[in-house]
Ligand binder design. Structure first.
Ligand SMILES: [Zn+2]
Length: 162
């Protein structure tokens, strides 16, 4: 194919979206993604039930989501635990029976929560790279996400020990 980007004027050899859609729907039972009406045999590119324009798109048969989601859960675990403990420290400061946890531990919790927040952001931003990586590299990174969360919590427990 000489042209990869769509232009404002369609080449005469390329069928319009409506034609491709009509051919696709000619002998298949397909639901409208909006109203779920069966649009089999539709002659136009507009759903007759909800009156919305339809188009054909390329979709993945099996989206490679497991690694991304698993890693996100692993990193979010660390973010959640450290942020929750930091919140608990704040609550403890408002109680008046003295001898609350030291500020140093609170600052450490905030720092660890921040580290995890940055890692979550980085994980989400690099989702495409993760999907393109080999299965072994992808799952190694997922394991690393959990190790980071567990490791930082162990560090906190060691440092916060009275
Ligand atoms: Zn519809």
């Amino acid at each position: 194919m000489a042209e990869t980007h769509p232009t404002t004027t369609d080449a005469p050899t390329q069928p319009a979206n409506a034609d491709i859609l009509r051919a696709f729907l000619a002998d298949q039972d397909v639901e409208c993604p909006s109203c779920r009406y069966n649009v089999r045999g539709l002659r136009t590119d507009v759903c007759p039930e909800c009156n919305q324009k339809l188009t054909l798109r390329l979709a993945l048969a099996e989206p490679r989501m497991a690694g991304f989601v698993a890693g996100l859960v692993g990193l979010s675990m660390g973010l959640g635990v450290h942020a929750m403990l930091a919140g608990w420290f704040i609550v403890m400061q408002f109680r008046r029976f003295g001898g609350g946890p030291p500020l140093r531990d609170f600052v450490l919790l905030l720092a660890l929560a921040l580290v995890h927040a940055v890692l979550v952001w980085f994980w989400v931003r690099n989702r495409g790279r993760l999907t393109r990586a080999s299965a072994s590299a992808r799952w190694s990174l997922v394991v690393a996400c959990y190790l980071v969360s567990i490791g930082t919590f162990v560090i906190f427990v060691q440092v916060a020990r009275p």
